[in-house]
Design a protein around this ligand. Structure first.
Ligand SMILES: Cc1ncc(COP(=O)(O)O)c(C=O)c1O
Length: 491
């Protein structure tokens, strides 16, 4: 029989609150905590048998893809914070976190709980734009509330990948400024791997064989080393460099009047090399865009969540300038955010999927933890971790100056912002840096490279769970790996 109180709530809500379901979720999470507890440091494969089975799995994976995996990495499905167990039972520090996706590391109990609640509270695995549940909009609400604090962004459209967020952003800019068909982008930018994003992204290999149909004008990114060289008299090199770039931008606008729909800004270049720039560089260019009615589009797929504010435009005080912003990676569900002025007409944006039910639940949990737990600001966790990284990297360079030869294009052997960290040993030479990544993987630290020439050793550590006390152990392993690569390069 249906009672009065039953009619005040749905069967779905009742199931999610059902004590049997809740206790079962708690029991799984407790089991997880017990299972992950023994993972406390790096270790080799658990047995020769597992090592052999692992080699076979890697070979199969390579056969299936038609190309060997870049890293011999297949997870076992278990980890503990920044430490991850691979399918041979070995354990490594994950200092690249799936290129920034696993900001709360591996087997995080709260994310496991959110995912289980998603499984119990979701009638579908995937949610879409035609049929979704309210939890997708609860996730989007948190994203938007944080965005609205420092900008005029007013709406969010959710999607499945950073490239797709960028595709949607580009359509929004094109529609708003039709028939303008050109885009402006920075040299060295990366935007994803769809046909259009591969054309805009500044990598010849990334568009190898792709017909070019998108009209892109490239601007130089800020170059600290060049700006330093340009210093003369009373005028700082930075001012001269910025003036030169503003002149360069105006040239494009004069050459193609009213033909640019947008300028894509990556406020800290990710794949391009963790390149930073002073806020006044971006502001000067953005002001030219505003005058010329060119959309300011900020691609935060890699920077989102990990610099010293949730949105990097806030970290650089540029919230008043952005029209369209894309986020992804650590948010689990990707999104394009836009101001009311850029809200597109019906029919432009849609998709079968917006994300899985557990991803929207976990994504919301991530945003709330980032918002509420002292991650941001000049004294926040991200700024503090960056300092700890920087101190150890500089100490390493002091102990081994021969590992850090000068290169006129490397303004500093350490750079980045918040949870985007890079250092540049071996003069930034590609061969040595890629060798170093492989050697560190074998030592038990997963890193990656970034940049073009020079190349850098890149870390996107899972700062949501990384312990300050773990930096020393990570650098001990890094030093041991670097010693091996340095020895090889001597011979
Ligand atoms: C700045 C930037 N934009 C877009 C993308 C593409 O994101 P996805 O790989 O999720 O398509 C990336 C991925 O690395 C990125 O760094």
């Amino acid at each position: 029989m249906t009672t009065a109180s039953d009619t005040q709530t749905t069967l779905g809500a009742q199931f999610q609150r059902n004590p049997v379901v809740r206790n079962a979720i708690s029991a799984i999470v407790e089991e997880l905590r017990a299972a992950q507890a023994p993972i406390t440091d790096v270790r080799p494969a658990r047995s020769p048998e597992l090592a052999q089975a692992y080699a076979q799995m890697l070979e199969n994976a390579g056969d299936i893809r038609g190309r060997a995996l870049l890293y011999p990495y297949l997870g076992s499905g278990m980890g503990n914070g920044a430490l991850v167990e691979l399918a041979d039972g070995s354990v490594k520090f994950d200092m690249i976190s799936g290129i920034g996706v696993q900001f709360f590391g591996h087997s995080d109990p709260l994310l496991m709980q959110a995912a289980l609640e998603g499984a119990a509270g979701g009638d579908t695995i995937m949610q879409g734009h035609l049929q979704g549940n309210n939890d997708a909009y609860e996730f989007a609400r948190v994203l938007l509330d944080q965005a609205m604090k420092g900008s005029a962004l007013a709406h969010v459209f959710l999607c499945n990948s950073g490239a797709m967020a960028n595709e949607n952003a580009l359509k929004i800019c094109y529609q708003k400024h039709a028939p303008a068909s050109r885009v402006i982008a920075f040299a060295g930018c990366f935007m994803g791997r769809s046909v259009t994003m591969a054309q805009i992204g500044d990598s010849a290999a990334g568009r190898d064989g792709v017909p070019l149909s998108t009209l892109v004008d490239y601007m130089p990114f800020y170059d600290h080393a060049a700006a330093k060289r340009m210093s003369a008299g009373d005028v700082s090199g930075s001012t001269r460099y910025i003036d030169m770039c503003v002149w360069h931008l105006r040239q494009y606008i004069e050459r193609y009047p009213k033909q640019h729909a947008c300028f894509i800004f990556e406020l800290v270049q990710g794949e391009g090399g963790f390149n930073t720039a002073p806020p006044e560089f971006f502001r000067a260019l953005m002001e030219v865009c505003k005058d010329a009615k060119i959309a300011v589009w900020d691609d935060e797929v890699q920077t989102f969540g990990r610099t010293t504010e949730m949105y990097c435009y806030d970290a650089l005080g540029l919230g008043d300038m952005v029209d369209v912003v894309c986020v992804g990676k650590m948010s689990q569900v990707c999104a394009v955010l836009y101001t009311s002025e850029y809200n597109p007409r019906a029919g432009l944006l849609s998709a079968t999927f917006l994300g899985s039910t557990d991803a929207v639940r976990a994504g919301r949990s991530i945003l709330e933890r980032l918002r509420d737990n002292g991650h941001y600001g000049p004294d926040g966790k991200h700024a503090k971790h960056f300092k700890m990284f920087e101190q150890r990297a500089r100490a390493l360079a002091q102990r081994h100056p021969d590992w850090f030869p000068a290169n006129r294009d490397v303004h500093d052997i350490v750079s980045g912002l918040g949870g985007m960290m890079r250092m540049t040993p071996f003069g930034g030479k590609k061969d040595a840096i890629t060798k170093l990544c492989r050697t560190l993987f074998d030592e038990g630290v997963i890193t990656f490279y970034c940049g073009h020439d020079p190349y850098h050793l890149r870390m996107l550590p899972p700062l949501g769970v990384f312990q300050e006390s773990q930096w020393d152990r990570v650098f001990e392993l890094v030093e041991s790996g670097m010693a091996k690569v340095a020895a090889q390069h001597k011979n």
